[in-house]
Design a protein around this ligand. Structure first.
Ligand code: ADP
Ligand code: MG
Length: 397
């Protein structure tokens, strides 16, 4: 999706006030009645309706009059709220070019005040192939109210919490910088996704390091669940960084072994096809760490000494609660299950093997399109939580 940050420059304080009012209304309404938006925003002289027309023109809200006159945020509107909050918080000051298109995300470069380049991932749940939609709809039917924005926010929070916890345990992951709504800011990883790498100096070593990661994750009680050539980055020194964590599960999950085997299978298949590595059963059936190996040389899930509880302790610190986890897991599980049954051949949960655009994007020097802080903030204070202290349903501002 195109993120036209230019529009940010032209949005006034009133525009953001009404946009925020629509967001607040969406906590209880899929489509927020226009009168409710007006009540929440509290602009004088019917100003809200004029602003709504402007927001509609910029595609920040969607108008729906099928049942009543109402509005909902679009992803672009949600993007702007998150970007503005993060800019207010001083996390970055400008948005640059798009560097990645995931199956359910868009990734952009952003720059801090001192010129450091970071990566911003905007989650976009709901953008998946149609075959995955049915299982989600079954789940979503049972919710009192839902929206994709809410699920994208949970996915971002989960990703941020896992990235932070894994980084603290010295896993090679991007540094988790901050998170707001459906947006995660992290360090920019140098190098390329493994899928773009045609040659390696030491394919055996890289392979060992990558498989070692799956095993170490399991020792920490975790399974990546989307561990493949799209979600592993390699730099010039052949250093490995893993990315993309919203679908991770605990080793105590009832399908844990299947997910673990699928992760290792992806790596085995990819290295055998791309780098012609061959795998054979070691005589003693053990690897260097003493873990048992399956007959085809894969690590055996059951022989790994797995610790649990890593999830609960560390993730709670980032504000990712058990309830959040249950919510997002129910949703993502539908996705994973569906993919396993129909995508066996490809072995990957990423649907991008045939998407040249996605694979062609690499990180080189950024050419930033500056969004000036003053122009976009319009004097709002630095508050950026999901609370909006300057907006109240009953009071005039
Ligand atoms: P999705 O969940 O949609 O698959 P990913 O997190 O895998 O999204 O990101 C998609 C692509 O964006 C990656 O394959 C990679 O090319 C790029 N990317 C993601 N995070 C970073 C980062 N921190 N630094 C550099 N590139 C990144
Ligand atoms: Mg990915």
């Amino acid at each position: 999706m195109k993120l036209d940050v230019d529009a940010l420059r032209y949005l006034s304080k009133e525009d953001f006030r009404v946009l925020t009012a629509v967001e607040m209304g969406m906590r209880n309404h899929e489509i927020v009645p226009a009168e409710l938006v007006e009540r929440i925003a509290g602009l004088k002289h019917g100003g809200t309706y004029k602003v709504l027309r402007n927001l509609l023109k910029h595609k920040l809200v969607h108008h729906d009059s099928s049942k009543y006159d109402g509005y909902r945020l679009t992803y672009l509107g949600y993007d702007f709220l998150a970007i503005k909050a993060l800019v207010n918080r001083g996390v970055f000051s400008s948005v640059g070019r798009q560097i990645g298109v995931g199956k359910e995300s868009d990734i952009f470069e952003v720059a801090t005040e001192d010129g450091t380049i970071l990566a911003m991932k905007l989650h976009r749940l709901g953008r998946v192939s149609f075959r995955a939609v049915k299982s989600k709809r079954d789940y979503l039917l049972h919710r009192r109210s839902y929206n994709w924005l809410y699920l994208s926010r949970l996915a971002a929070l989960k990703e941020f919490a896992f990235m932070k916890a894994l980084g603290e345990h010295e896993f090679p992951v991007p540094r988790a910088v901050d998170c707001n709504r459906h947006c995660v800011v992290m360090s920019l990883v140098q190098g390329y996704p493994l899928v773009q790498v045609k040659q390696l100096q030491n394919p055996d070593e890289v392979f060992e390091r990558i498989i070692g990661l799956v095993v170490r994750l399991a020792e920490h009680g975790l399974i990546h669940c989307d561990f493949n050539e799209f979600n592993i980055m390699i730099d010039e020194e052949e250093k490995v960084t893993m990315i993309d964590f919203p679908q991770m599960v605990s080793v105590s999950h009832r399908n844990a072994q299947m997910y673990f085997d699928r992760d290792t299978d992806c790596i085995f298949k990819f290295f055998s096809k791309r780098f012609h590595l061959s795998f054979h059963y070691d005589k003693d059936g053990c690897d260097d760490s003493g873990s048992d190996l399956e007959e085809d040389g894969r690590p055996s899930f059951w022989s790994i000494e797995k610790s649990t509880g890593f999830l609960d302790k560390e993730l709670a610190a980032s504000g990712f609660t058990r309830k959040d986890q249950d919510e997002i897991d129910k949703f993502i599980e539908g996705d994973v299950r569906e993919t396993v049954s129909s995508d066996d051949e490809e072995c990957t949960n990423d649907n991008r093997a045939d998407n040249d655009d996605a694979n062609a994007i690499v990180n080189i020097l950024p050419c930033l399109q500056l969004v000036e802080k003053e122009a976009s903030l319009d004097g709002e204070n630095g508050d950026n939580t999901d609370e909006h202290p300057d907006i109240s349903v009953t009071k005039e501002p």
